[in-house]
Design a protein around this ligand. Sequence first.
Ligand code: 5AD
Length: 353
Amino acid sequence: MNRQQLQNFLRTTDPEALELLWLTADGMRRCEVGDAIHLRGLCEISSICSRRCLYCGLRADRQIKRDRMSMSEILRAAEKAVELGYGTIVLQAGEDPALSREWVAQVIKLIKDSTDLAITLSLGEQSNETLREWRDAGADRYLLRFETSNPELYRRIHPDSKKGRNRLDQLWAMHEMGYQVGSGFMIGVPGQTENDLVNDLLALPRLPLKMIGIGPYLPHPDTPLGQHPELYLAPPEDQVVATPLLVWKVIALARLQVPKSNIPATTALAVLDEQEGRKLALQRGANVVMPNITPAAQRSLYDIYPSKGRAEAAEQTSDAMTTFDDQLKRDIASIGRTVGTGRGDALWSWKEN
Ligand code: 5AD
């Protein structure tokens, strides 16, 4: 889709145009990746972070209680994922210096030795040496959002970006190493304009991506962006505001931009619209859900954005996790879809594109 077409869809309030967008995205999803919804168990292994991203509640400056899971806790979470029938575990954390190359490689090997799970890492910016070692240890996929395609906005909200290497370089390097690579962006970050959002969508098919994660920016009151948005906002007529409708539009457009990719209905969207967020995303282009399998104690510390706890409250204990899982599987059946079996790898070889 070209710039003008993307812009038209982002702006439209015409019910017929919207209906056309939803039907086209849902049809494309069905043709290209089928009716199965893949479930990925999300395990938040450390809430410790050395970075100070202006939007994120885990930023290093905050004096909050943080913790890191032990190897055996992570292995128990992996068993839980297997028990629930998930094909993938996602290991996510802040950039915690104590998550060393060797330690993470060991965790990957232990999970691979004891399960058939695919392993997705979401551990932030890392060196090529580290990424290669984790890949050799058995990691299958890596998630690293580019957050925004506007370099100036990117620099403003990531004050300690590493010099000489950016996230796009890392995405390409990981692709070369044989990872299935995922990326994406936030919608509604203070300073983001509609033009930026169009560029974010245009960037997707130019990157070697098999997974695309898109969610609304949710202000965290104890961060610079949450406390002083007025210092960062674009002029009112240009500033993107994340409404559920806009997020659904962007997910639908992402499906049309990159038809064969795996696209999750993100938790941030489920927080923004607790009633319909997830379900309508799945009917408007998305084909993946990432239920949280982090043990309660650690999860309550993983405070990226507010009310995350509330949307996931039902998942808190192991029993409640099972209840959440039952409900999710019922919801999936109620919209005429099936629960994915196996690892749910992306089918698409980017080079064929
Ligand atoms: N609102 C929404 N998403 C956020 N993330 C971090 N902070 C926030 C926030 N306040 C997202 C980022 C990151 C992912 C793990 O969580 O896009 O890549």
